[in-house]
Design a protein around this ligand. Structure first.
Ligand SMILES: Cc1ncc(COP(=O)(O)O)c(C=O)c1O
Length: 380
């Protein structure tokens, strides 16, 4: 099956009892067994559920992976990936990751004995230099939230192989439409399905995908033991949203490129970060490893923080909101919203200034998105 066909069809068969073309929502906690010691593939929804299974199979297929494990949020998927490790293990993580991930690593997992070192993963040598005898995992986000840094995954896979490390990649911003990390030798791909993969701002969800049976078995065990599973209804909504992923992503990207070019040429804009612009520091890597640049843009105004806030307070079409990757255009202030729990000094060290504005370009008419930004910029 070609990619676009997989998006619409992989893992989905007409319901055997009715022929329903849409997988039913199996909103059930448990299943009646035919006899003691036998089941029909399902015994309790924390362990497995037919609607969730369809979602897991579809997402695994579009990542070009064998196994998918679905979670109640992107964060519980991150948590499950990190639970493959144990006390005393060390993780080398990219320095620009979603603020909730930093919070989880530093304020929760560190209390349970994991150790973290943050490095700029666009610099392969600093990743290599951070590895110690205790390192067990590399955790990379690409493109990153919010600075849109792009990491060379082939280089990361070769370091991981050399040192026998697990390589986990948060590919939420790229989506499997533009990047399939498993094809570069990555062990675990993670997504917040809250974003592009569901695409309609209706659910919170997460997924882990792998090709390795040993990792899958551990992830499945963690999923059923801890129970941070996505509900059958959320899985069903996610499946609905997924069917247009390939179409949505192409529109997100096309419009993002036009918005990025508009912003870059505007005299009130100091800098624009968009992997598709030749001015992006890792444009060459993005062009080589991704088939498109997705729909996220980060920028800063010449007037600094106050001007950025004025812009965000004056947009009308763009929603000032704490998320991304949906059909609606959303604008976010990372310093006070998504990354507020990253200590100020750490934020500044990694280049996350108070004036940064993050834009998730939706699929409305791009002229309306640009006019809205233009009118807000005149006030900034
Ligand atoms: C890159 C990235 N990873 C993980 C997460 C966490 O996902 P969730 O909000 O679904 O728990 C987010 C949320 O914004 C994110 O942007």
């Amino acid at each position: 099956m070609k990619f676009d066909t997989k998006v619409v069809r992989a893992g989905i068969i007409p319901d055997p009892t009715s022929g329903s073309i849409v997988p039913p929502i199996y909103e059930t906690a448990t299943y009646v067994l035919p006899e003691v010691g036998k089941d029909r593939g399902f015994d309790y929804t924390r362990s497995s559920n037919p609607t969730r299974q369809v979602l897991e199979e579809n997402l695994a297929a579009i990542e070009n992976g064998k196994y998918g494990v679905s979670f109640a949020s992107g964060m519980s998927a991150v948590d499950a990936a990190l639970k493959l490790l144990g006390s005393g293990d060390h993780v080398v993580s990219g320095d620009d990751v979603y603020g909730g991930v930093t919070r989880h690593f530093d304020n929760v997992l560190a209390r349970h004995g994991l150790e973290f070192t943050y490095v700029d993963s666009t610099d392969t040598e600093s990743v290599r230099a951070a590895i110690t005898s205790k390192t067990r995992m590399l955790w990379i986000e690409t493109p990153t939230n919010p600075l849109l840094k792009v990491t060379d995954l082939e280089a990361m896979a070769s370091i991981a192989r050399e040192h026998d490390l697990l390589l986990g990649v948060d590919s939420t911003f790229a989506t499997p439409v533009f990047l399939r990390p498993l094809e570069f030798g990555v062990d675990i791909v993670m997504h917040s399905t809250t974003k592009y993969l569901s695409g309609h701002n209706q659910i919170i969800g997460g997924i882990l995908v792998t090709n390795r049976q040993d990792i899958f078995e551990q992830m499945k065990y963690i999923q059923k033991t801890i129970g941070a599973v996505s509900s059958p209804f959320d899985c069903w909504l996610n499946l609905s949203g997924l069917k247009t992923l390939h179409l949505r992503m192409r529109r997100h990207e096309e419009s993002a490129m036009q918005v990025a070019q508009f912003l870059e040429s505007h005299d009130k804009i100091e800098r624009v970060l968009y992997p598709g612009l030749p001015s992006h520091p890792q444009h060459a890597v993005a062009k080589a490893q991704m088939s498109g640049f997705s729909g996220m843009i980060t920028f800063e105004l010449t007037g600094g923080t106050e001007a950025g806030k004025t812009l965000m307070n004056n947009v009308q079409l763009c929603g000032l909101a704490e998320s991304l990757g949906s059909v609606e255009t959303m604008i976010t202030h990372p310093a006070s919203m998504t990354h507020v729990d990253v200590p100020l000094a750490d934020r500044h060290k990694r280049g996350l200034t108070d004036g940064l504005v993050r834009l998730s370009v939706g699929i409305e008419d791009v002229e309306d998105i640009i006019s809205d930004l233009e009118q807000a910029l005149t006030q900034a």
